[in-house]
Design a protein around this ligand. Structure first.
Ligand code: ADP
Length: 406
């Protein structure tokens, strides 16, 4: 049994890490950023609640992990979990070995910014802790239960069979946690049909039937779907040829525009941050107001569409920085969704405190809940189950070998 799990989320120039101690009632967080540059630093590691800010000029991922973990010297992890964005066809968390590393590498064309960074993190922790079990937990894995009619694009078949062009979906760890926890709160653990709306800088929706993902808004990449901080979400696929033919843009420029200059930022021409936009809109900024309206309308449209994947609709869970904290966005979204009998309790919605779970419907239609996500906790639990299974397997092999000596 792993008593403490180090959860690592490695980006190209940053690492978020959290050490979760037994029964997850104690966590230590750290963020290493600007890696490889003069401004590389580690922030926020708190042992005994002491804030830390350490300057580590030109540190790479390994160095940053070394320095960060030195601060945790009294809390050595028993196992390590890596959040990996794209697992290709892998359907569950896996103990990391050469074969799994190769599979993560093979999925790189599908997540060119994320998977190479995860591999750097995996290499660094393998060198630092060669004796510890390491587990990869994939953002895509939860959605591997989608039926073909939800994951296939209407494109020539060979693009799917030979090149893996299909919808994968992301934020799986969050949708899995929130749908499980939410259905538990509703008294129907992993039963019935639920919609989840994970609304942060990246945002996506998911339809979950009896605890399994049956459809989601993100696709081949995390660009498809609803409006995000800087990502466009769905656009007409012909936009690419329009921009190429009329503005002479190449594919890299179009890609950058859709991923980094669009979404709330593109619409408002002001910010990708929802709080900033709500404040600006209250002060009369019309572009900010429109960005918020498009965000809520497209979110409602996505939820309505995903409900087609559910034989029955029990309710909806809001999560993520926006979903957990903004009563205003939740209310505005629900005004576009009267069709299924959804009815928001405005007082309950407004009174829900930051970071708390709670029900916010009026009790007459499908339920509406706010469920703060816990991706780290979920990753740690998956790591523990993989490690426990491995221990059981090894014990069984050993006792078999003792019964039948070679
Ligand atoms: P990430 O996807 O990077 O994990 P978060 O889940 O932390 O992001 O969500 C960040 C978003 O949440 C930002 O757009 C931020 O403005 C928004 N947010 C946080 N608190 C509030 C709030 N009280 N009202 C509206 N938006 C909020």
């Amino acid at each position: 049994m792993s008593k403490s799990v180090l959860v690592i989320n490695c980006g190209s120039s940053s690492i978020k890490f959290a050490l979760l101690l037994e029964e997850q009632n104690f966590r230590i967080h750290g963020l290493a950023e600007n890696l490889g540059t003069e401004n590389a630093r580690i922030k926020g590691v708190t042992v005994g609640n002491e804030p830390v800010d350490i300057h580590i000029p030109f540190a790479d991922h390994k160095k940053a992990l070394e320095v960060g973990l030195e601060r945790l010297a009294n809390y050595r992890p028993d196992a390590i979990g890596h959040r990996v964005v794209h697992g290709g066809s892998l359907t569950k968390a896996e103990l990391i070995n050469d074969e799994i590393i190769e599979k993560i590498r093979e999925a790189t064309p599908l997540a060119p910014l994320h998977n190479p960074a995860h591999l750097i993190g995996i290499e660094a922790t393998k060198r630092l802790f060669p004796e510890l079990p390491q587990v990869a937990v994939f953002d895509t894995a939860f959605h591997q239960t989608m039926p073909a009619h939800a994951y296939r694009y209407a494109l020539p078949k060979f693009l799917y069979t030979a090149h893996g062009v299909r919808r994968y979906g992301f934020h799986g760890t969050s949708h899995a946690y929130v749908s499980e926890r939410g259905s538990e709160l509703a008294g129907s653990f992993k039963q019935g049909g639920w919609l989840t709306a994970h609304l942060g800088n990246g945002s996506s929706t998911c339809a979950v039937w009896n605890g399994k993902s049956v459809d989601t808004s993100m696709g081949l990449t995390p660009l498809e779907g609803i409006v995000m901080g800087t990502r466009s979400g769905d656009v007409d696929p012909s936009l690419h040829s329009f921009l190429a033919k009329n503005l002479g843009w190449d594919i890299y420029k179009i890609d950058k525009m859709l991923n980094s200059q669009s979404g709330l930022l593109g619409l408002s021409d002001l910010s990708n941050d929802m709080r900033t936009l709500i404040e600006a809109s209250e002060q009369g900024n019309e572009d900010a107001a429109l960005a918020i309206e498009v965000f809520c309308y497209r979110l409602a449209k996505s939820l309505a569409a995903l409900s087609c994947g559910l034989p029955r609709l029990n309710g909806l869970f809001f999560t993520g920085g926006i979903g957990e904290n903004s009563a205003y966005i939740r209310e505005k979204t629900m005004t576009y969704l009267p069709h299924f009998g959804f009815s928001l309790d405005k007082n309950a919605n407004n009174e829900l405190k930051r970071g708390t779970e709670g029900r916010i419907d009026s009790g007459t239609g499908p339920q509406i809940w706010v469920v703060p996500t816990d991706e780290e906790g979920r990753i740690a639990r998956e790591v523990q189950s993989v490690v426990e299974l491995e221990v059981e397997r090894n014990t069984a092999k050993k006792s078999q070998a003792e019964v039948m000596p070679a």
